[in-house]
Design a protein around this ligand. Sequence first.
Ligand SMILES: [Mg+2]
Length: 228
Amino acid sequence: MRLVLFDIDGTLLREGIAPKLAFARALRETYDTAAPVSGFRFAGMTDPQCVMEIMRMAGLPDEVILRGRDECLTRYVEHLAAEMREHDGAKLFPGVRDLLERLNERPDALVGLLTGNTRGGASLKLRRWSLEPYFRFGAFGDDHEDRPTLAKIALQRAQELLGRPMGGDAATVVGDTPRDVACARAIGARAVVVATGQVPREELLAAGPDALLDSFADREAALGAILP
Ligand SMILES: [Mg+2]
């Protein structure tokens, strides 16, 4: 049995401007200060980590940021729903649905999420493309702010679902940034990266993934990389 743990943004889909606008609104309302969101690189970071980093850049002390963080993330998801209705620019990457379909047919694969999105944010993004049913379990940004810890939580949830212990070497983490590779390594998992996100190929290669794909358009190549 192989666990296949998917990142969302840059890996399965792209959301356009909506999440940034929603984040900026939530930060402003929660912390009452201008949030330097526009130049911020969200790629590979968990949502609670983004709140922390952006508000540190705005000069707020950690204890103030932490006190408002849950409230801020709740507001973010509310605003995200509204911003997604108002803005286009979202895209499902080539081959994603077909790949998820095929993986779900495999009796030797269990497909889950390993994402920095909060549960609510992930659900909104996946629902737009009716992708939710492909994922049996997941670890989310509201479980922990640290991505490598999320990998451990995902592994633990897979074990609970299967009712037996499982090593990280039975997992493949699929993402689009060096942070996804690092979190795969944290549990001894295979790391597959896809260059559909914002990170250039050379930077992805430098992170030392087990496989690098240009996209999931070549289904057999993708399946071969994910299920070695
Ligand atoms: Mg990503």
